[in-house]
Design a binder for this molecule. Structure first.
Ligand SMILES: [Cu+2]
Length: 312
């Protein structure tokens, strides 16, 4: 036991022996003012490099793991995310540097009790006011972006009614075209690229969540009332969508796709599909039987079916 203890301490002796200057400053050679200036300049240079990297990086900011956003609304959300991430990096970096600085600057130099500082009023005011200002700034930026994302245009290019159900989706277009798909057959919502589409969203049964990751957007699909939002897809493409609320047995299969095509291709698809469905009504997928009972009013809160009067 004694041997183990002495060898344990000997370990510390050898640490001290590696570089005594790490554990105590030589008492007879205090830092000269010139030397202090040099290290201050070095710190300033290091801070300049970090800040410069951040500013130069602003030319092409990284995505920080988020989707860049495939709708104009999603772009706003993405830029907010970038702003939050950079603010976090700056604050976190500053805190980290201050911790490291304090660890080395105030490491134990002797057995004397260090100068005891209890209050530094100016510093305390600064580190209270600055975080409050940061939070206010982030809050304002959030409100501005949220208002952009939830804003609806007075005259959208087209309207779309989206119904969620256990476990699938129904998309209804203005000209009567219906797309229904469930579980293993995910339906595809066709949208015109570069145009604003008003989506009215509702659930036939329980709470679901309409979520398209690349749109940086999610919204509850609730039974009993309509919610609406605008989508303005920027580029042609296929975007994966899914339900985000645990809504029952096959929730995990409640996928859909969004396919965005040129407005001309969208109109062609709409009209040819409309003509086909009028001739072949059976080609439209079937809703689960229980849902028809809901629609016909056996479930409470199912009056009205138009989104035109609804809002969020
Ligand atoms: Cu669901």
């Amino acid at each position: 036991m004694g041997t183990a203890n002495s060898s344990f301490l000997a370990g510390f002796d050898s640490v001290g022996a590696v570089d005594p200057s790490l554990t105590s400053a030589p008492p007879d050679t205090p830092e000269s003012p010139g030397r202090r200036h040099k290290s201050a300049r070095r710190r300033l240079a290091a801070a300049g490099v970090v800040l410069g990297a951040i500013l130069l990086g602003g030319c092409q900011l990284p995505t920080f793991g988020a989707y860049k956003g495939s709708t104009s609304q999603a772009r706003s959300t993405f830029h907010l995310w970038q702003g939050f991430f950079i603010a976090g990096l700056i604050v976190g970096g500053l805190v980290f540097l201050l911790i490291v600085w304090a660890v080395f600057r105030y490491r134990k130099r002797s057995d004397d009790v260090p100068v005891q500082t209890q209050y530094h009023t100016v510093l305390e005011i600064i580190y209270t006011v600055v975080p409050v200002l940061i939070v206010i700034g982030l809050f304002i930026a959030t409100v501005v972006v949220e208002n952009k994302v939830t804003a609806v245009e007075p005259n959208p290019y087209t309207e779309l009614h989206v119904y969620a159900f256990q476990w699938g989706w129904e998309f209804q277009y203005d000209n009567g075209v219906k797309v229904i798909g469930q579980t293993t057959a995910a339906p595809t919502m066709v949208l015109p690229t570069g145009k604003t589409v008003r989506v009215y969203l509702r659930s036939y049964d329980v709470l679901h969540g309409f979520y398209v990751p690349e749109f940086n957007f999610s919204r509850y699909a609730s039974p009993g009332y309509w919610t609406s939002f605008d989508l303005h897809v920027l580029h042609n493409g296929v975007y994966r969508g899914q339900c985000t609320q645990l809504c029952g047995l096959y929730h995990s299969l409640m996928f859909f796709n969004v396919r965005s095509v040129s407005p001309a291709a969208f109109q062609t698809w709409l009209h040819t599909t409309g003509a086909f469905q009028r001739q072949h009504p059976n080609s439209i997928g079937q809703l689960p039987a229980g849902i028809h009972a809901n629609i016909n009013g056996t479930a409470p809160g199912y009056s009205g079916s138009s989104g035109n009067t609804g809002n969020s």
